[in-house]
Design a binder for this molecule. Structure first.
Ligand code: FES
Length: 571
């Protein structure tokens, strides 16, 4: 057997190896060190990340599998980001979490790692870290919560918050009823149960090949998750023996498969920035164009909120991710492997669909082309994206007058003003919300509609923003506009009253003014005045180094891999 990385700490009779072993004994025998794979459980369990709070129990089952296979499991609590709790936005901390996790994996005597995540940013940050340190790594997705109901109707976690709050603003639901729904929203442990970012990233972790096949999408409260966690503990020990690292699993083919899956499941637009960032860590040259190109032929097969009707518990009951991918197996890369070392497509052989309402057949999809559309034009030279499946078909080609907001505070202050000059054909533009501008690229792009238009029955309008949109949201929303306004993108020179033309089938987004006039206009002073100017800490470092959404919004000094080598000893 080849020497383990951890043997550099534990093998030998000298003072340093004595110290490394002695402090780690905690009742473990001599046989727990040299030659035994040391497996970290990078665990994002936290009471402040309620979607992940059950992961300590899941970790206990992973540990049993690790012990059983001859490894030594070691709990490693890592930075955890609760999407609904963290201010100003969890995305500001994704790269920081990834950096901290990467450095703790590199610094410690470990040979492999199990990545336990669930809530939106936790699986992306874990995968970015694992890709950069490039130790054998496998994800255990925490799984979605069970379906809650309110007044006899299933509640889509997140999506129905938007819907119900709009109903209150439209005057069709009382505030009392809205408050009553709150206690029904979160039925059980687990992450949001719509096809939001957490569900998407769990399913994409499996599509990328970074999980044990068949684990993603198992509801958090389902005992089968614990059984798969146990098996994952065994698997990671095998991965160490086989030296199966992220760099051998995260290939162009595996990103291709993730993009096919993203389209077929109708996944969150946030997956675009996360996949780009993960690809950047392993040196796979993924671009926005790849999302549009690869997904162009992929039909939307999964009828889940926010694009459809059902919820994650239904998807698992209907056959899960494997059944979805089997429908589009001809579109997948057949060489891309999973954590098992076998091709992803091999794990799909026995998959079956048990409910054709939830997982549609290839010949009768919910939509024939479901991917993320890439738009370019004089408003977005580096690109902007839209999720057509969540948009209104009649707005996919639209020309309207811009109503511009210079910050989210400006938006909140004016959107419900009865005197705001806006109608159903207007285009709402919000800027200063990109990675650098906000900072952290918050999920504000799905701007609530003006109350006076809601009361007239308007339920969707074209909205344009350099920020992100919650994966649980819906609407004709153009987002991730790049370059962002705060980085000098042309969005900062649009004025209220400009005519904006959106053409999703034609893949364009333009403002109807000449290039000369656009270039001659001064940037918005109001937006500039509203930008945060952090003076210290992570926020300052982030603003100075964050890259555009079109490349994944990673920090420039975190792109790429450092590997697992540490040349100096501590004593
Ligand atoms: Fe954690 Fe939605 S808030 S997954």
């Amino acid at each position: 057997m080849t020497a383990l990385r951890s043997d550099e700490w534990y093998a030998g009779q000298d003072r340093n190896s004595y110290m490394h072993r002695a402090w780690m004994r905690r009742g473990t025998p001599n046989s727990s060190f040299q030659g035994r794979p040391q497996i970290a459980l990078a665990n994002t369990a936290s009471d402040l990340t309620p979607c992940n709070s059950h992961l300590n129990e899941v970790a206990e089952h992973v540990k049993q599998g690790v012990w059983e296979a001859g490894g030594v499991p070691l709990n490693l609590p890592v930075v955890s980001l609760g999407e609904t709790q963290v201010r100003p936005t969890a995305m500001l901390w994704r790269n920081m979490a990834a950096m901290a996790i990467e450095e703790m994996l590199r610094a410690n005597p470990i040979d492999g790692v199990v990545l336990l995540g669930g809530c939106d940013k936790t699986i992306p940050s874990l995968l970015m870290a694992a890709a950069s340190v490039d130790l054998p790594a496998v994800v255990v997705p925490g799984g979605p919560m069970l379906t809650g109901t309110f007044r006899g109707t299933p509640l889509g976690c997140g999506t129905d918050v938007w819907r119900l709050s709009e109903e209150v603003r439209a005057g069709t639901l009382t505030e009392g009823a809205f408050m009553d729904s709150e206690s029904s929203m979160i039925r059980s442990r687990g992450h949001c149960n719509t096809m939001g970012t957490a569900s998407t990233m769990g399913l994409l972790a499996e599509s990328l090949g970074t999980t044990m096949p068949g684990i993603a999408g198992i509801p958090a409260a389902d005992s089968r998750l614990l059984a798969r966690a146990h098996e994952t503990g065994r698997l990671v020990v095998d991965m160490v023996a086989a030296d199966r690292r992220p760099s051998s699993m995260l290939t162009a083919g595996s990103f291709h498969n993730a993009i096919v899956a993203l389209a077929a499941i109708g996944g969150s637009t946030n997956a675009v920035v996360h996949l780009l960032a993960i690809a950047g860590r392993v040196g796979v040259p993924l671009t926005l164009d790849d999302f549009d190109r690869i997904a162009a032929e992929v039909p939307l097969l999964v009828d889940l909120q926010p694009a459809g009707r059902y919820l994650m518990e239904d998807l698992y009951r209907a056959g899960g991710l494997a059944a979805v991918l089997r429908e589009v197996v001809d579109l997948l890369d057949h060489d891309a492997i999973t954590a098992t070392g076998e091709p992803l497509v091999k794990s799909l052989t026995d998959a079956q669909v048990w409910d054709r309402e939830v997982i549609r057949p290839r010949e009768a999809p919910l939509q024939p082309n479901a991917g993320i559309a890439l738009l370019r034009g004089n408003l977005a030279p580096n690109g902007a994206i839209i999720k057509p499946a969540a948009a209104s078909p009649h707005l996919l080609r639209h020309r309207g007058r811009a109503v511009v907001f210079d910050s989210i505070e400006d938006f909140h202050a004016r959107i419900d003003d009865p005197d705001l000059d806006v109608d159903a054909d207007s285009v709402l533009v919000l800027r200063g919300c990109g990675p650098r501008g906000y900072p952290g690229m918050p999920e504000v792009s799905n701007m609530p509609l003006p109350a006076k238009l809601l009361q007239q029955g308007v339920r969707d309008m074209v909205r344009i923003c350099d920020g992100r949109m919650s994966g649980t949201a819906y609407g004709t929303v153009v987002l991730h506009v790049a370059p962002e306004a705060a980085a000098g993108g042309p969005l900062d020179r649009v004025r209220t009253g400009d005519w904006i033309v959106l053409d999703v089938p034609g893949r364009s987004l333009d403002v109807e003014i000449t290039a000369e006039e656009l270039a001659a206009r001064p940037p918005s002073e109001a937006m500039s005045a509203a930008l945060a100017r952090p003076r210290r800490g992570w926020e300052k470092l982030y603003v100075e180094t964050v890259l555009g959404a079109d490349t994944g919004a990673d920090c420039d000094f975190l792109v790429g891999s450092s590997g697992d080598k540490v040349s100096r000893e501590s004593h």
